[in-house]
Design a protein around this ligand. Structure first.
Ligand code: PLP
Length: 352
């Protein structure tokens, strides 16, 4: 059988209209990587896996929802799609639109999108517009545009995005045999945590795989769901979750509460420290936002609020490290510059 993407594998479990015409880049099927060295750094006696969503075709989990949204739009004859984005949605929409022969327009907050994401959207041929404002301003604009014109909205307000993103929960259950005890993940616009919860619930009803507790993690400078009110000027190094008015905030809070879990915030420092620790203990390099789930896990364990012993924990790492190369030049040790001489080189590399 030829390999398929998430619609080929799980389409029968997704609520998509009959006119849907699959547009795929063979997304999904990402590895669930055991992380024993990182687990030992954090606590004794827990099992930890990384769901490495950075290995999707455009480098983030957004491809799971985008294949569904673009397939539905293609099936009803849409010619143009539009989205607001902190970066990864833009790259994903642009790639799938190209694949479907559609035009793609993306609105991004000026100066706040990581280089690898902007480059992707441009490379795939989208019309990229920088808005002098935040993601929330951009989202507001695209909703207005799609009310006035026959242009398909592919933000996670689009219900098919959520349907497609449920497939990550199915894959985790299929790989582990059951749901884990805890699922930790970053929360921005809150579509992903909403989709995971819907996916785990659906699988549990179907085949009794159990339900995880959800630990949703926001950045302290963009934590409306922790503060209990919108944030007008969200700020964080984790640009993918730099969102002050999450579109699915209510659903996210409800999902976390229903699961017996919670939504917390971590500082940028904690996020960057975890990005380094994950890369240097396990060889898994993710963009800053993607380290937030793990940073939240570490904080909960350190504060004694989460007892890890005997627990099976999955951390969702949502996007690849290559998306945001700039951050490495700011927060990692920089390369040495030496003259081309063996004695100098020996002195440096052999010193204890
Ligand atoms: C979109 C995104 C998030 C946040 O997901 P939401 O569904 O907006 O909560 C987190 N990390 C990365 C890398 C993303 O691209």
């Amino acid at each position: 059988m030829l390999p398929g993407g998430v619609l080929a594998r799980y389409g029968h479990l997704l609520n998509l209209p009959p006119h849907t015409q699959p547009v795929t880049l063979l997304e999904g099927g990402t590895p669930l990587i055991p992380a024993p060295r990182l687990a030992r750094e954090l606590a004794e006696g827990m099992s930890l896996w990384i769901k490495y969503e950075g290995l999707n075709p455009t480098g983030s989990f957004k491809d799971r929802g985008m294949t569904a949204a673009i397939s539905e739009a293609a099936g009803r004859g849409a010619r143009t799609v539009i989205c607001a984005s902190t970066g990864n949605t833009a790259a994903s929409a642009a790639a799938y639109a190209a694949r479907a022969g559609m035009k793609c327009i993306v609105l991004i907050p000026e100066g706040k999108v990581a280089l690898g994401k902007l480059a992707g959207a441009l490379a795939y041929g989208a019309t990229v517009v920088q808005i002098e404002g935040s993601f929330d301003d951009a989202l507001h604009l695209v909703v207005e545009v799609t009310r006035k014109y026959p242009i398909a909205l592919v933000n996670s307000l689009n219900p098919y995005r959520i349907e497609g993103q449920k497939t990550a929960a199915f894959e985790i259950c299929d790989d582990l045999g059951t749901a884990p005890d805890w699922l930790c993940l970053p929360v921005g616009n809150a579509g992903n945590i909403t989709a995971y919860w819907a996916g785990f619930r659906q699988y549990h009803e179907r085949q009794g795989t159990g339900l995880p507790r959800l630990l949703g993690v926001q950045a302290a400078g963009a934590a409306p769901l922790v503060l209990g009110h919108p944030v007008d000027r969200p700020e964080t190094v984790a640009t993918a979750i730099r969102i002050g008015r999450p579109a699915r905030g209510e659903e996210a809070l409800q999902a976390a509460a229903e699961s017996g879990g919670r939504i917390i915030a971590v500082t940028d420092e904690e996020i960057l420290r975890m990005q380094r620790l994950l890369a240097q203990t396990e060889g898994i390099w993710v963009e800053p936002a993607s380290a937030a789930g793990l940073a939240g896990l570490a904080a909960e364990i350190a504060a004694g609020r989460l007892r890890p012993r005997g627990q099976r924990i999955v951390a969702v790492c949502t996007g690849h490290g290559l998306k945001d190369p700039d951050i490495v030049s700011r927060s990692f040790v920089q390369p040495l510059v030496l003259p081309p001489r063996l004695d100098v080189l020996e002195e440096v590399i052999l010193k204890p």
